[in-house]
Ligand binder design. Structure first.
Ligand code: CP
Ligand code: NVA
Length: 332
């Protein structure tokens, strides 16, 4: 089959995407509203096969200090589909794990690879990689944010609420929808708040007292929203989900918080995304979870396996969203 070049694809040649070339993605807020929308449109075109892109033998390095199934595999397959390759630079098998400075590692790796996707604990370490690297650095999850996840999440919401009959997306139809996230105000919640602000989606974070998102990120999201939508924090689960179009949750104890698991199970009692909460949402609402999930804790088995669940579409969309992102960061 003939493979159109990027230049022949109306989406890929979009000037907004050209502006992403060579940039880092450390936060969802590193993208403008137009760039976020352009990436979702390209992701949808890649998913449906309307667009094919071959970047020609590029390499992506993966530095993952935490476990990963979806992010690792979806980046690897995305690069393969773009005609490139991924190199696993797990710190346990590189000199990173023996303490080689980030400044040296980032400069050396920039001589070998065309981009780096990094999963680490501290956002400051990611920023240090980006400072020293001369190639694009992508946040593959830190304790503060998970921007690649948020792109896939809003692609999934758009597929359900803003798809034209031919499968293309009419993203203006996202505006005014409400995404309710119930659970810990964590990295995933932060990127959803920022992404929602960029796309005009109202975001409600429902969480127990003491588990609210970062006030800094909340203020940043509200500033980005510029009155287009609301970004709210509520401390009552039914109020958080009432009338919402997307219902989202994530684990109560993120990676690095394992020692707080028991304490968090007590604090989050009554915060399970279950059929009773789904009944309070809009009748068309979809259920989302970034996975991995703990059934019977933050989400019921019935909610994750029920007819409203889109969690496996959402997981698939990591591949398409990241393929679009890599194409924009690396493409000509
Ligand atoms: N959702 C997500 O990032 O999954 P992994 O931890 O498996 O990459
Ligand atoms: N909040 C979770 C997301 C995992 C994909 C964590 O950081 O462990």
């Amino acid at each position: 089959m003939a493979v159109p070049s990027a230049a022949t694809s109306p989406r890929a040649s979009h000037p907004v995407l050209a502006g992403l070339k060579g940039r880092d993605l450390l936060s969802s807020a590193d993208l403008s509203p137009a760039e976020t929308e352009a990436l979702l449109l390209l992701a949808a075109d890649l998913k449906t096969g309307r667009t094919h892109l071959d970047l020609g033998g590029r390499s992506l390095g993966l530095i993952f200090s935490k476990a990963s199934t979806r992010t690792r595999v979806s980046f690897t397959v995305a690069m393969a589909r773009l005609g490139g390759q991924t190199i696993d630079l797990n710190p346990s098998v590189t000199q990173v794990g023996r303490g080689e400075p980030v400044a040296d590692t980032a400069r050396v790796l920039s001589r070998y690879v065309d981009a780096l996707a990094i999963r680490t604990f501290a956002q400051a370490e990611l920023a240090e990689y980006a400072h020293w690297a001369t190639v694009p650095v992508v946040n593959a999850l830190t304790d503060l944010e998970h921007p690649c996840q948020a792109l896939a999440d809003y692609l999934t919401l758009a597929e359900h609420f803003a798809a034209a009959p031919d499968g293309s997306l009419e993203l203006e139809r996202l505006r005014g929808l409400t995404l309710a996230y119930v659970g810990d105000g964590n990295n995933v919640a932060h990127s959803l708040m920022l992404g929602g602000a960029l796309l005009g989606v109202n975001v409600r974070i429902g969480c127990p007292e003491g588990f609210a998102p970062s006030p800094t990120v909340l203020e940043q999201a509200r500033n980005l929203a510029q009155g287009r939508c609301s970004i709210e924090v509520l401390h009552e689960p039914v109020a958080a989900v009432r009338g919402a179009h997307g219902l989202y949750t994530d684990v109560w104890a993120s990676m690095g918080q394992e020692q707080e698991q028991a304490e968090r199970e007590r604090a989050f009692a009554g915060w399970c995304l279950d059929e009773a909460l789904i009944a309070e949402a809009d009748s068309r609402a979809i259920v989302l979870h970034c996975l991995p999930a703990h059934r019977g804790e933050e989400i019921s088995a019935g909610a994750i396996e029920g007819s409203a669940s889109r969690v496996f579409d959402q997981a698939e969309n990591r591949l398409h969203a990241q393929q679009a992102l890599l194409a924009a960061l690396l493409g000509d």
